[in-house]
Design a protein around this ligand. Structure first.
Ligand code: HEM
Ligand SMILES: [Ca+2]
Length: 344
């Protein structure tokens, strides 16, 4: 397509595009927002971001398996969705497969597109890039490429290194856990968030993972889970450990009062993730289709009932930033509701 400096009306939509070749993605956008993501930072938008990671990370620099952000998790879903680390991905995979098939898009593209749109549905989020044109996957990823919450920091950093990501880049990617909840860690309490604001792309996740753990949100401890600081909040063992490890703690902490830095680092790392194993020369930049996220309405804070005495020090070089405490009774985190019609 030819880029012009005047926008072209995209037929069949309310949208206009600089690049007419991106018009068809506006039709995909409308379908996704109406039927899957509901233009909200809820369960489906969260899942759309998670599947970006689980698809792309099936990549290895050393062993030549896996082709990265190629949609193999949908194309070879009967294989990959059986992997334990992909527990719970089946629903979004099915939804995105339908949308891709309807619009004649590759599974690699639909995953990256839905991820970027899902992020944009969350207040405070960066507007991620979107490149289109990934060919369909020709083989499934191997089991063992997706990090698990019960693994050690050494194991997780080694796996990320093998996929081309530094410890700092992993921390940046983990900003994703600010718009996240767990359904499968403790199946008795589906939708249990990782921070007190799962509908906002804020730095609360980086704050709350550094508070002293006091209890479990369900009835006792599950594999990959450690005690969390708030009623109704889930803490992954891996997030606990990465928040405190000398290789990652200072970067973790640096995002708390610097949303701009957090968003820039997340965007950069997501851009890398979104084209893992792909030749970007063959991709078309349709970033103009990604909606503009709303801005945040809150500032970084300690949840109500917490003080600086509840913070665990971890970065030797820099003290934990001073934060105000939210007013009111101790924060209780409400579950993220799912819209799958089964009432939980
Ligand atoms: C150390 C690496 C990581 C580990 C061990 C990990 C582990 C997990 C676990 C256990 C869950 C809960 C799943 C469930 O029970 O439903 C989860 C959720 C999630 N993860 Fe990660 N994750 C990691 C990195 C990432 C990265 C890099 C991204 C994105 C770039 C990501 C995005 C998400 C999102 C958005 C959710 C929420 C899904 C939802 O609410 O439906 N994670 N993660
Ligand atoms: Ca949040």
């Amino acid at each position: 397509g030819v880029v012009s400096y005047r926008k072209t009306q995209c037929a069949g939509t309310v949208h206009k595009a600089f690049n007419p070749a991106c018009c068809k993605w506006f039709r995909v956008l409308d379908d996704l927002q109406t039927n899957v993501l509901h233009s909200t930072c809820g369960d489906a938008s969260h899942s759309a971001l998670r599947i970006v990671f689980h698809d792309a990370i099936g990549f290895s620099k050393t062993k030549k398996f896996g082709d990265g952000a190629d949609g193999s998790i949908i194309m070879f879903g009967e294989t990959e969705l059986e992997f334990a680390a992909n527990n719970g991905i089946d629903e979004i995979a099915g939804d995105l497969k339908r949308v891709a098939d309807t619009h004649g898009k590759s599974y690699g593209d639909i995953i990256q597109f839905a991820g970027a749109v899902g992020v944009a549905n969350c207040a405070g989020a960066p507007r991620l890039k979107f490149l289109a044109g990934r060919p369909n996957a020709t083989r499934p990823a191997s089991e063992g490429t997706v990090p698990e919450a019960f693994q050690s920091v050494d194991t997780i950093l080694a796996r990320m290194h093998d996929a081309g990501f530094s410890p700092d880049e992993l921390v940046a990617l983990l900003a994703s856990h600010t718009m996240a909840a767990a359904d499968k860690v403790d199946i008795t309490i589906p939708g249990t968030p990782f921070d007190s604001t799962p509908d906002s792309f804020d730095s609360q996740f980086f704050i709350e993972t550094r508070l002293k753990g006091v209890a479990f949100p369900g009835k006792g401890h599950k594999r990959g889970e450690v005690a969390s600081p708030l009623v109704g909040e889930m803490r992954l063992q891996s997030d606990f450990a990465l928040a405190r490890d000398h290789r990652t703690a200072c970067t973790w902490q640096s995002f708390i009062k610097n949303q701009t830095l957090m968003n820039q680092c997340f965007s950069y790392a997501m851009e890398k993730l979104s084209v893992l194993g792909q030749n970007t020369k063959h991709l078309l930049d349709c970033s103009e289709v990604i909606p503009h996220p709303e801005s945040l309405k809150t500032i970084p804070h300690l949840p109500a009932g917490k003080t600086m005495a509840d913070v665990e020090q971890a970065c030797a070089a820099t003290p934990f930033p001073k934060l105000p405490t939210a007013i009111g009774p101790a924060t209780i985190v409400k579950p993220v509701e799912s819209c799958d019609g089964d009432g939980n």
